[in-house]
Design a protein around this ligand. Structure first.
Ligand code: NAG
Ligand code: NAG
Length: 221
């Protein structure tokens, strides 16, 4: 009896087991598979979102780096241009003394015959004119020493335009005074010193202790 029952159970089990094997396990395997697939898809989506974030961060960083590099290059280019300009500006400076004539007429150009310094040869000591070899900011100075009791009146001129005026007068003893001025010049503009009011007797005087001079320099090209 027991054996019979067992045999029947086995048959039933086999029968239903067989059915189960055909249906139920198939269903759950598919579910598991689909579940795993879903999990995989979610994981991939999360990963892709993270990758996208990282890519955007990397992109931002690259753009920032590029902007920094561009700014640096622009700055260096500007610096280089300044250095090039500075290097290409010639040295221009003169310091001239000893007048060709100490008794000056009105409008007469003062000619300083000798130069202590004439870098760039821009001062012509024969005609008394300085000619700007390059455009730029220049400084000019006149130092004048006159006799006591005689006035000396003069201008610094740029191409017939007055850029500085001065008067020198001392009733007691010969002495000196200076005028300094700054001007922007274009290439080939000319600068000179002109007597503003003439006299038949000599107004200026040089000695061991005083010397009239005309000097100038290019400060910035
Ligand atoms: C770009 O320059 C800024 C300011 O100088 C700085 O704060 C930033 O860290 C730089 N970025 C990179 C990526 O070098
Ligand atoms: C470039 O120059 C500008 C202005 O002088 C300055 O603000 C900037 O920080 C400089 N950039 C670099 C990268 O040196």
């Amino acid at each position: 009896m027991f054996l019979k029952f067992t045999r029947l159970s086995i048959i039933v089990c086999l029968m239903f087991g067989g059915l189960n094997a055909l249906n139920e396990p198939l269903k759950s395997e598919r579910l598991v598979y689909e579940e795993e697939l879903l999990k995989k898809v979610i994981r991939m989506e999360l990963k892709m979102e993270q990758m996208e974030r990282e890519m955007l961060q990397t992109q931002d960083k690259m753009i920032n780096t590029l902007q920094n590099l561009t700014s640096e290059i622009e700055n260096k280019t500007a610096e280089l241009k300044l250095v090039e300009e500075r290097v290409s500006v010639p040295m221009v400076a003169f310091n001239a003394h000893t007048l060709a004539d100490y008794s000056l007429d009105t409008n007469q150009i003062l000619i300083f015959q000798h130069t202590y310094l004439n870098e760039g040869n821009a001062y012509d000591n024969v005609i008394g004119l300085f000619t700007a070899p390059v455009a730029g900011l220049y400084m000019f100075s006149v130092h004048s020493c006159n006799w006591a009791g005689r006035g000396f009146y003069y201008y610094i001129i740029v191409d017939n335009n007055i850029i500085a005026k001065s008067t020198k007068f001392n009733n007691v003893q010969p002495d000196c005074a200076s005028v300094v001025t700054f001007t922007k010049l274009e290439t080939d503009q000319r600068v000179w010193v002109r007597c503003a009011s003439g006299s038949s007797s000599s107004q200026l005087t040089d000695s061991t202790y005083r010397l009239s001079t005309f000097s100038g320099a290019l400060l910035h090209g």
